[in-house]
Write a new protein. Structure first.
Length: 260
């Protein structure tokens, strides 16, 4: 029975969660901490990040969440994160690539700087974080990477084409690394959320007509919550999912069965 329960725990594991100061990232940090992991939280906004880290430390006094402010769209900051991990002397076994952003516009209205920034933030950052994490993860028998993609990487939604492009590429990165790094003992999966109730989606969902359109295309007729995405991320980190790799799990209330 004890061995069975261990499959559903992350005791002794260290998880790096990016974009961890709010929304889905904070929910992932909380979920992994609740399962026994020591979480390393990274985000750009130092004040929000420190507050989130203190919140988790109070909620889980037996764990030791730690935070480091960094803009992961910048290579220097990415290197600084791994210097910090080295200084901590911890053994990283889990990586959750959640950091991302968006600017909603028709395709012809994007300035070059805008779409390049989205590619750097949503895609290049995850690609480089995976590469930087590899030497750490390869030391473990059951290491895992979970990328936070989007249904916009699987079908057209009204997010703007650069966002959809980056998420589709992130899904393909997930598949490629799952095959390439399986021999290294590293599983790589992704989740693909639909609308989740976060600070970023609040302005869009505040339009009652748009909200009704969203709900009409969502079989469960409601907006998702960050903890529901975090639960899927956590499952993909657990030893219980040890034979799951290369998967993109939609957390979408059934949306992808309808389209939009």
């Amino acid at each position: 029975m004890h061995a069975q329960m261990d499959r559903w725990r992350l005791d002794g594991q260290v998880a790096l969660v990016t974009g961890a100061s709010k929304g889905i990232g904070l929910a992932c940090a909380r979920e992994l901490t609740a399962l026994g992991a020591d979480v390393l939280m990274v985000a750009r906004d130092e004040a929000h990040l420190e507050a989130a880290c203190e919140e988790l430390a109070e909620e889980f006094p037996q764990r030791e969440p730690r935070a480091f402010a960094a803009d992961l769209s910048q290579q220097e900051d990415r290197l600084d994160v791994f210097d910090w991990i080295a200084d901590l002397g911890v053994s990283l076994s889990l990586l959750v690539n959640n950091v991302g952003g968006n600017v909603r516009k028709p395709t012809l209205d994007y300035a070059e700087a805008e779409y390049r920034a989205l590619i750097e933030t949503n895609l290049i950052s995850a690609f480089e974080m995976c590469r930087l994490a590899h030497p750490h993860l390869v030391q473990h028998a059951n290491a895992a990477i979970v990328n936070v993609g989007s249904v916009s990487g699987a079908t057209h939604v009204r997010t703007g084409s650069p966002y959809g492009m980056t998420k589709a590429a992130l899904h393909q990165l997930t598949r490629n690394l799952a095959c390439e790094w399986a021999e290294d003992g590293i599983r790589v999966n992704a989740v693909a959320p639909w609308y989740i109730r976060t600070q970023r989606t609040e302005p869009t969902l505040a339009d009652p007509d748009y909200l009704e359109e969203v709900l009409e295309r969502t079989p469960m007729r409601r907006i998702g919550e960050p903890h529901e995405v975090a639960a899927a991320v956590a499952f993909l980190c657990l030893p219980a999912s040890s034979y799951v790799t290369g998967e993109i799990i939609a957390v979408d209330g059934g949306f992808l069965r309808y389209g939009f």
